[in-house]
Design a protein around this ligand. Structure first.
Ligand code: ATP
Ligand code: MG
Length: 399
């Protein structure tokens, strides 16, 4: 059964042509825009293409020019269908024929068949029409380029404002934290008078919440300074193995409270240079995710190893994993797989973005795989593996 691709934006016309051609034994595929038509033509290699001239995005002449440039479609008849389009221009850009609208239902299938058999219409003024058309295309291209440049400038300006907004909001949030934390400590240390057990309990829970706020604000500060390229990295000697152990130890009780088994492996000290405080915070974020997303009774494995001229810190969990289409996105600032307000986990979507910025600044990267596919600390788990890597020599990229 010969196949016909019909590129036309008007659904009524599409249906009419489909009906007429189906009755005459053709297999018809529709496209509503020039771009989708070109894509379908490349995918399906139809036996004949019908192109309406007056369509959105690329117009019919441009579509015909483009189709004529595709080696796969060589020899495939292309026929323009239109009410107001110009026959000579259609032929000049490479159409084999021209059918005027409204189409004549009775003769239409026969006309199509004639083109399929190799009939070609001719025009003697091809060159002039082709030049006119080329000029129109260039004019349109010029307008589009100007439009895109303007849109791009607007987007850059919006991104700049957004970065500034983030920085200002973060500073506004950070400033009042200092007296809050300070007075809380004074109260808890009973510098301002003795506390009843109930008062102490209340103040401790205020302190807990304040610390959570503090850590969100700290992350916001970090991300904001990274985005505006103002994060300062220290360069000093440290031991990766100890850093990983200390950071993991600090999270130990959280794993215990969450009913998750934490598996680690002791390794020899590995001296390198970089910013251990930032790397430790990056690792805390990844451990925090592992606690958050792994259900009670699950396992989390942490190990550091050397891979060429990088140190890799691997954190694997037995949690639900991350879908392949989400893997790249979860590294973006503010992106969360479940971003709804009703989600069961807290957070603002900055942990991995922060970790990525830190590792990149220290000459490495963050790579997430799900399932892990490798053993970490001698254990093969089924959820997610986050690999934080940093350059071993401490050769970091300036940021
Ligand atoms: N170990 C994991 N298992 C499953 N999903 C994960 C895991 N780690 C991260 N994700 C997904 O990636 C998203 C982004 O993680 P990220 O750490 O950047 O933000 P968050 O944990 O939601 O918030 P924040 O870190 O700012 O508190 C998470 O919301 C979650 O959907
Ligand atoms: Mg997180």
């Amino acid at each position: 059964m010969p196949s016909v691709l019909h590129i036309e934006d008007d659904p009524v016309n599409r249906r009419l042509v489909a009906k007429l051609l189906a009755k005459a034994g053709y297999d018809v595929v529709d496209a509503a825009t020039g771009l989708s038509g070109i894509r379908l033509a490349a995918e399906r290699r139809p036996d004949l293409v019908l192109v309406d001239i007056n369509i959105p995005d690329l117009d019919g002449y441009e579509v015909i020019l483009r189709l004529r440039g595709m080696p796969d479609l060589e020899g495939v008849p292309i026929v323009a269908i239109t009410a107001e389009g110009d026959k000579h221009t259609s032929l000049a850009v490479g159409a084999d024929g021209f059918i005027g609208k409204p189409i004549d239902a009775r003769s239409f299938p026969r006309t199509v068949e004639r083109f399929l058999r190799g009939h070609k219409e001719r025009s003697d003024s091809t060159e002039r029409h082709l030049r006119d058309r080329s000029q129109k295309i260039v004019e349109r291209l010029e307008r589009k380029v100007i439009e895109l440049l303007e849109a791009n400038a607007r987007l850059e300006e919006m991104a700049r404002l957004r970065r500034e907004f983030l920085r200002n909001v973060t500073h506004e949030l950070a400033t009042p934290m200092t007296p809050v934390v300070g007075y809380l400590r004074l109260l808890l240390e009973e510098e301002l008078g003795e506390l009843t057990p109930l008062q102490r309990k209340c103040l401790n829970s205020v302190l807990d919440s304040t610390q959570r706020l503090r850590s969100v604000v700290d992350t916001l500060l970090d991300v904001s300074s990274l985005e505006t390229q103002r994060m300062h990295f220290y360069e000093r000697e440290y031991d990766v193995a100890t850093l990983v152990r200390q950071t993991t130890d600090a999270a130990w009780t959280r794993f215990g409270d969450a009913g998750i088994e934490l598996i680690t492996r002791e390794v020899e000290p590995e001296l390198t240079t970089g910013d251990p405080e930032k790397l430790g915070r990056a690792l805390s974020h990844v451990l925090d995710n592992a606690v958050k997303f792994t259900p009670r009774g699950g396992k989390v494995a942490v190990e550091v190893w050397r891979e060429g001229d990088h140190y890799v810190i691997g954190v694997a969990d037995s949690g639900p994993g991350v879908r392949p289409d989400q893997l790249a996105r979860i590294l973006e600032p503010f992106y969360q797989v479940d971003g709804s307000v009703t989600r069961s986990h807290g957070g603002v979507g900055l942990g991995l973005a922060f970790a990525q910025r830190v590792c990149e600044a220290m000459g490495g990267s963050v790579v997430v795989t799900s399932p892990p596919g490798v053993e970490v600390a001698g254990t093969r788990l089924s959820g997610t593996l986050v690999r934080l890597s940093v350059a071993a020599s401490g050769s970091r990229r300036e940021s």
